[in-house]
Design a protein around this ligand. Structure first.
Ligand code: HAM
Length: 440
């Protein structure tokens, strides 16, 4: 019945990618891939869903509460859409066992699904750049992954005035939590709570902290945990004092500092004990990349997880890495005008063919076919108008480099080539067209 058809909406927290959006997505993914490849990482992929248990066993309460889980119709096994890539990567490494050459450097750019409340910077389906080193316990490996993250952001135009790496260490955080009186078996819950503290109401924070056995004074101290971030160039004694932790919890951070310095990255980095990370499997250095004013959610987060591969039945293999989502990153890039509409990122046609009369129309398709066979990006107008001004406007709208005008010169196997950037116009023999377009 006319007018009764239902207009479907995309599920909340998902996105449709129209051509301009897709161009932005590919621009970001190109920066990710180029940065990872240039640092010697190989690309991998895994399944979009896994056995539910892969996440419930090691990722911790933060992520488990956000799973999309399901059973096959009529089946018994529980599955979950992957909310993150690290368990898949650890499963793959564990399955390869001793056959895995170490250290191994892997990256991926998978889709992830989290049943979070959609909000600025948080969706239910997002892409995440994952970069991990498996089998290297040294802080050099942590520094390499930080270097890839910053190189990717640099390719997109973000530098030390735009983004900051905030680095912390699980041993120091846990030491502070223990000093506040949190029992050892509640440390994971406390990490989860601290990770969420900017996202929940103060009353809810206080109630949850009280559940962890904290009195009012300790709740206040927990809420204030962190204080000012300290420049990463700071000497270890000052850092230990700022964090009120024994210097021996900082050994790895001191080594990481020299690795970051050797890579020229200290300007980007701060020590910040308020970085706790919600995931339970981290064991050492943890870090996040934030937009410098701190107004957005984290652009990236990662750290060291030295026991995860072994806990999935593999050999004892230390590992570290990070995930960088596309959602916050795009917000930061747009905010700084580093991405505008997206149309400017679409691939530029080399040639836009325009036929001026009925006698030249028949030449359009064979010429398009010839140019495309030569590897060129060639288009023709879909319009029936012969108004050259209008047609050239269409050519400029899709940002074609050249208009190829088929007019009466075609009888002499010649076309008019108009350079749409400079406006220059020349007659070109048909036989030389590919060469002229290819050199443009
Ligand atoms: P994560 O902190 O859960 O870590 O996520 C890393 C990044 O993914 C976040 O900083 C954010 O940019 C993005 N992200 C997370 N959730 C959402 C969401 N709902 N919507 C949009 N973006 C989101 C992990 O996932 C770890 N597995 C990363 C890792 C890899 N650690 C070691 N290797």
């Amino acid at each position: 019945m006319a007018g009764s058809s239902h207009v479907y909406q995309a599920p909340r927290g998902t996105r449709d990618f129209l051509p301009d959006d897709m161009a932005v997505r590919l621009h970001i993914e190109r920066a990710w891939r180029d940065a990872a490849v240039s640092h010697g990482f190989d690309e991998i992929e895994g399944p979009t869903f896994e056995h539910l248990e892969l996440y419930t066993s090691k990722s911790g309460p933060g992520i488990v509460n956000e799973l999309f889980s399901f059973k096959r119709s009529g089946g018994e096994t529980d599955f979950a859409l992957r909310p993150e890539f690290t368990p898949t990567l650890a499963r793959m490494a564990a399955a390869m066992g001793r056959g895995l050459a170490v250290p191994t450097r892997w990256f991926s750019m998978p889709w992830h699904y989290r049943a979070e409340r959609p909000q600025r910077g948080r969706l239910r389906e997002f892409r995440q750049f994952n970069v991990d080193v498996i089998g290297d316990p040294s802080p050099a490996a942590d520094a390499e992954t930080i270097a890839v993250a910053l190189a990717a952001l640099g390719r997109l135009g973000l530098g030390p005035d735009d983004v900051q790496v905030r680095i912390s260490h699980r041993a120091a955080v846990n030491r502070m939590l223990a000093d506040l009186g949190i029992a050892e078996d509640r440390i994971t819950d406390a990490q989860d709570l601290l990770d969420k503290r900017d996202r929940i109401e103060p009353d809810a924070f206080a109630a949850k902290a009280a559940e962890l056995g904290l009195d009012a004074d300790a709740v206040a101290r927990l809420g204030a945990l962190g204080g000012e971030a300290v420049p990463a160039s700071t000497d270890p004694a000052t850092l230990a004092e700022a964090w009120s932790v024994p210097a021996d919890t900082l050994t790895e951070l001191v080594a990481l500092r020299s690795e970051l310095e050797a890579r020229g990255l200290l300007d980007f980095c701060r020590w910040d004990i308020s970085i706790v990370r919600g995931l339970a499997y981290y064991t050492g250095c943890v870090w996040e990349i934030h937009e410098i004013s701190g107004k957005e959610r984290a652009i990236a987060g990662g750290g060291r997880y030295d026991t995860l591969v072994e806990s999935f039945g593999g050999p004892s293999l230390p590992a570290c890495g990070f995930g960088m989502g596309d959602v916050v990153l795009e917000l930061v890039l747009r905010d700084r005008d580093l991405i505008t509409g997206g149309a400017d990122l679409l691939p530029r046609p080399d040639a836009f063919l325009v036929s001026m009369g009925e006698d030249t129309d028949a030449a359009v398709v064979p010429l398009l076919t010839r140019l495309r066979a030569a590897g060129l990006h060639a288009r023709a107008t879909d319009k029936s108008t012969r108004n050259l001004g209008k047609l050239l406007k269409d050519a400029s709208r899709c940002r074609a480099r050249f208009a190829v005008i088929l007019g009466e010169e075609l009888a002499q196997d010649t076309v008019v080539l108009k350079d749409l950037d400079s406006g220059d116009q020349t007659e070109v023999p048909l036989a030389e067209l590919e060469a002229r377009l290819g050199n443009g």
